[in-house]
Design a protein around this ligand. Structure first.
Ligand SMILES: [Cu+2]
Length: 296
């Protein structure tokens, strides 16, 4: 009896130690997270470059994660306690009472209070998402089977198409295949960008993790979201609603550039077309883009 206990305890300690090592090992990797794209082998979220994304990461890491960890540990502790203390050998004659009003009141009230506590932070975040500051720029994104169309109504730039960048071209340019797109969405840094999102055929979804945004692209409906990127660079997103056979092949690439460069890009696009405009953008540096290792 005693020796089997010891064995169980050693096993539990070993599992816990292994889990901790895996967690901290993965966290160490996450310290070198790539910006604007997923990091192979990492846990946790992609780093954020917008205020909304920072608020969302705070909500998850500082509010939800501690609460869920405590609940898991409490339930696990109760389970282990019941198994050890009240098994047939340790407790051959079980008590015959049932129901306890005080306990039932506690296990109803405590979860309600936990949910109310979470909702305070959750609603604050939801309101922040809906409380868009006055936009400096509006972009219309339309989801098609299976590519994106982008339009800049303020700048009178008609819709242009952004496809997935083929694998050989992505490799040649040193950008991540299946995230890189033929036409980036170009926006200025430190500006509030309103994104109007719709679908042309089926429901798609416009999502860029490092901006903390995801919104459905529904045919016949115009949805709205916003972001204010605080750092120049390239940020990748994808369609996030199963939309057919090539759902996994309609990435979104967003280039966040200085206000001056954005103006040059717009002016060049209007006078010389989109290919000339893209030539005004500096090539992606290795700091901005790191090739995704094969198989990732
Ligand atoms: Cu889609």
């Amino acid at each position: 009896m005693k020796s089997s206990f010891k064995g169980m305890r050693a096993l539990a300690t070993g599992v816990a130690a292994g889990a901790m090592a895996a967690f901290w090992g993965a966290s160490a990797l996450a310290a070198e997270d790539l910006v604007g794209q997923p990091t192979p082998g990492a846990i946790d979220f992609q780093p954020g470059v917008t205020p909304l994304r920072h608020d969302a990461i705070f909500f998850h890491n500082a509010i939800l994660l501690p609460i869920i960890t405590l609940i898991v540990l409490l339930v696990l502790g109760l389970l282990i306690w019941c198994v050890v203390r009240y098994n047939k050998r340790a407790n051959p004659v079980p008590a015959s009472w049932s129901h306890n009003t005080a306990v039932e009141v506690v296990w109803t009230l405590v979860p309600v209070l936990i949910l109310v506590f979470i909702s305070i932070f959750s609603f604050k975040l939801l309101f922040a998402y809906h409380d868009m500051p006055k936009p400096d720029l509006t972009i219309k994104a339309t989801g098609y089977q299976w590519y994106w169309g982008f339009e800049y109504p303020d700048q009178k730039i008609p819709e242009f198409v952004s496809n997935i960048l083929p694998e050989d071209q992505a490799k040649a340019r040193g950008v991540p295949y299946r995230l890189a797109a033929t036409q980036p969405l170009v926006v200025p840094v430190h500006k509030t960008v309103r994104v109007l999102v719709t679908g042309a055929d089926v429901i798609h979804a416009f999502a860029v993790p490092s901006f903390g945004i995801i919104i459905d692209a529904v045919p016949g409906r115009l949805n709205e979201t916003w972001f204010n990127a605080r750092k120049e660079g390239v940020y990748y997103g994808e369609c996030r609603e199963l939309c057919g056979k090539d759902h996994a092949f309609m990435p979104i690439a967003v280039r966040v550039v200085s206000a001056d460069l954005f103006k040059t890009w717009v002016d060049t696009l209007k006078s010389g077309g989109i290919d000339a405009a893209n030539k005004t953008l500096p090539p992606l540096t290795t700091a901005e883009v790191t090739d995704t290792p094969a198989g990732a």
